[in-house]
Design a protein around this ligand. Structure first.
Ligand code: HEM
Length: 202
């Protein structure tokens, strides 16, 4: 048990940590603590959690290549899938609960809120990634799997655009997430990655 905890601690942290925002939302819903606009509050919380988990999943590869933190690679898939789970809850709250899957109403809402279309584009990119995240699909698709899963970079950039666009006044928070995403993407560029590794060695 102790040995398993020592080697698997990051997995434990990720699995417990990823369920906490969900548990808090359910608790707050049951105890009427979601404020005056509970649906909107749930949309905002699930959206934010999806973004944070997506950013964490993008941080796994640089954490390994730059700092030799191998355990990060073992939780990358789980983080991506949890990000998708929250994105699904987020989209379902908006499309299903807020608009009752009413296509005519939704069309009007999307024309009024074009940022939601950008969110939907990100979601549609994440969907096949979540569906093909298993080892079986990885084998079946081979090199195409890697190409397909590079779509996560575009999805992350679209989510940032979605967030920047929907915020009306203070864009500091979405821009901070944007800067983190850009940094994580830049660290995948060979020249930059090798430069950082060399700097660390010095
Ligand atoms: C069909 C797809 C999507 C739709 C329709 C959608 C719609 C929305 C709506 C209506 C809001 C709330 C705006 C407000 O009331 O102020 C929102 C906020 C947000 N969404 Fe989405 N979204 C989608 C996909 C995504 C995805 C895939 C992510 C992340 C992975 C995401 C992340 C966010 C974030 C971070 C916020 C802001 C949360 C905050 O201000 O605390 N969305 N979205």
């Amino acid at each position: 048990m102790l040995h398993a905890l020592r080697t698997q601690w990051l997995r434990v942290v990720v699995h417990i940590g990823a369920w906490i925002p969900f548990a808090v939302i359910v608790w707050d819903a049951l105890t009427n603590q979601l404020g005056a606009e509970p649906i909107r509050e749930t949309i905002l919380r699930t959206g934010k959690t999806a973004l944070i988990l997506l950013v964490l999943s993008l941080a796994c590869t640089p954490a390994n290549t730059l700092f030799g933190f191998k355990s990060a690679l073992k939780v990358r898939r789980a983080l991506g899938l949890y990000a998708f789970f929250y994105a699904l809850a987020h989209a379902t709250m908006f499309i299903g609960v807020d608009y009752g899957f009413d296509l005519a109403l939704l069309q009007g809402a999307l024309l009024e809120r074009p940022y939601a279309l950008v969110g939907a584009a990100a979601f549609l990119i994440l969907l096949p990634l979540a569906l093909t995240s298993t080892k079986g699909w990885m084998k079946r698709l081979g090199r195409r799997w890697t190409m397909l899963h590079r779509g996560v970079y575009l999805a992350a950039l679209l989510v940032i655009a979605h967030f920047v666009w929907l915020v009306k006044l203070d864009v500091r928070e979405p821009l901070t997430y944007g800067a983190i995403v850009l940094l994580l993407l830049a660290l995948r560029i060979r020249l930059i990655r090798e430069g950082v590794v060399r700097l660390r060695a010095l």
